[in-house]
Design a protein around this ligand. Structure first.
Ligand code: NAI
Length: 300
C-alpha cells in the first residue's frame, strides 16, 4: 500500500489532506493507508487511543521500511520519519476540520454520528467532503442534518484496512458527480479497488456475507458437520481464504450478531433471523479471538 504511485493531479477536487475521526481499529488503519500520499490528522476523544494508533502505524511502517530497504538502515529510517511527519493526532475536532476529506470511523451508533457530522458541516471549509465508514447504518440517515448533502457519502473500508484491498463507495441520495469522482479517485490513490453501491442495508459485502455466515452457524448448531469440516469445506471447495466460522471468530461474534440483527430489522428477510447458538455465545462472552474463545479456543 505504502509504495504505490499517486496521481491526484488530474482532478480539480484532488484530495491532499485527510482527517480521520475515530482512531480505533478502523480509523488507525484508514490513517495508515492514507499517509502514503497525503497528510493525515487522526482525531479521537481518547488520547490513549491516539497514542496506540500512532504506535501501531509506526510499527507497520517499520515493517514496510524493512521490506523496501533491507540493506540500507539510513533509508529505512528516513522512510519512517518522512511517513510519520505526515501524520498528526489531536483530541479536538477543530484541529482536524481543515481538510479536503474527513472520514468518520467512530462508534457504530446513529446519534453520535449525526451529531459529529452536523458539527463537521458547520466547521469545515466549504469544499470539504464528508464521509462515513459505517458498515450498518444508513448513510442518508447519518447525513440527514447536514447542508452539504452533495459533498457527503460512504467510504466503507474492511478490516484489516492496510491488507484488505476493497473500498465500497456508497452513494448518498444527493451526492454530486464531482464528489463521487473525487471519492473514487481518492480510494485508488490509497491503494484500494473501489466498487460503488447504493445506500442499502449491508451494502454489497455484508449483505452477501450475512446469509453465508448465518447458514454456517445454523449448520454447526444442527450438527450437520463439525466446525472444522465446515471451514475446510469452504476453503478447499470454494477457494475462500478462511472458513465462515474462523472468519466469525476473527471479526468477533458480537459484530456478527449485530450485523445480522441490523440486516434482519431492515430487510425482514428470514435468512437473517436470530440464531440461538450465536446469541448464547455472545451472552457468555465467547466473542472469538479477542476474548480467547469463540467457535474455537485460542491461546491468549
Ligand atoms: P473502535 O471502537 O475500535 O474505534 C472507535 C473510536 O472512536 C474509539 O477510539 C473512540 O474513542 C472514538 N470515538 C467515539 N466517539 C467519538 C467522537 N465523537 N469523536 C471522536 N472520536 C470518537 O471501532 P472500529 O471497529 O474502528 O469501528 C469504527 C467504525 O467503523 C464503526 O462505524 C464501524 O461500524 C465501522 N467499521 C468497522 C469494521 C470492523 O471490522 N471493526 C469494518 C468496517 C467498518
Amino acid at each position: 500500500v505504502i509504495c504505490r504511485k499517486f496521481s491526484h493531479s488530474a482532478s480539480l477536487n484532488a484530495i491532499k489532506t485527510v482527517t480521520v475521526v475515530g482512531g480505533g481499529l478502523m480509523g488507525s488503519g484508514i490513517a495508515q493507508a492514507t499517509q502514503a500520499g497525503q497528510n493525515v490528522t487522526i482525531v479521537d476523544l481518547n488520547s490513549e487511543i491516539l497514542e496506540k494508533a500512532q504506535k501501531s502505524i509506526q510499527n507497520n511502517l517499520g515493517r514496510v521500511a524493512r521490506k523496501l530497504y533491507k540493506d540500507d538502515p539510513l533509508k529505512m529510517e528516513e522512510f519512517v520519519k518522512e511517513a510519520n511527519s505526515r501524520i498528526k493526532v489531536s483530541t479536538k475536532i477543530e484541529d482536524g476540520v481543515d481538510a479536503d476529506l474527513i472520514v468518520e470511523a467512530i462508534v457504530e451508533l446513529l446519534e453520535p454520528k449525526q451529531k459529529l457530522f452536523n458539527r463537521l458541516d458547520e466547521l469545515a471549509p466549504e469544499h470539504t467532503i464528508l464521509a462515513s465508514n459505517t458498515s450498518s447504518i444508513s448513510i442518508n440517515e447519518i447525513g440527514s442534518g447536514i447542508k452539504r448533502k452533495d459533498r457527503f457519502g460512504g467510504l466503507h473500508f474492511f478490516n484489516p484496512v492496510p491488507v484488505m484491498r476493497l473500498l465500497e463507495v456508497i452513494k448518498s441520495d444527493r451526492m454530486s458527480q464531482e464528489t463521487y469522482n473525487a471519492m473514487m479517485e481518492w480510494g485508488k490513490s490509497v491503494g484500494k479497488t473501489c466498487i460503488t453501491c447504493k445506500d442499502t442495508p449491508g451494502f454489497v459485502v455484508n449483505r452477501l456475507l450475512g446469509p453465508y455466515s448465518a447458514e454456517a452457524f445454523r449448520m454447526f448448531e444442527r450438527g450437520d458437520a463439525s466446525k472444522e469440516d465446515i471451514d475446510i469445506a469452504m476453503k478447499l471447495g470454494a477457494g475462500y481464504p478462511m472458513g465462515p466460522l474462523e472468519l466469525a471468530d476473527y471479526t468477533g461474534l458480537d459484530t456478527n450478531k449485530f450485523v445480522l440483527e441490523v440486516l434482519y430489522q431492515k430487510t425482514k428477510n428470514q435468512v437473517f433471523k436470530p440464531i440461538p447458538l450465536l446469541n448464547k455465545m455472545v451472552e457468555e462472552g465467547k466473542l472469538g479471538i479477542k476474548t480467547g474463545e469463540g467457535i474455537y479456543k485460542y491461546k491468549k
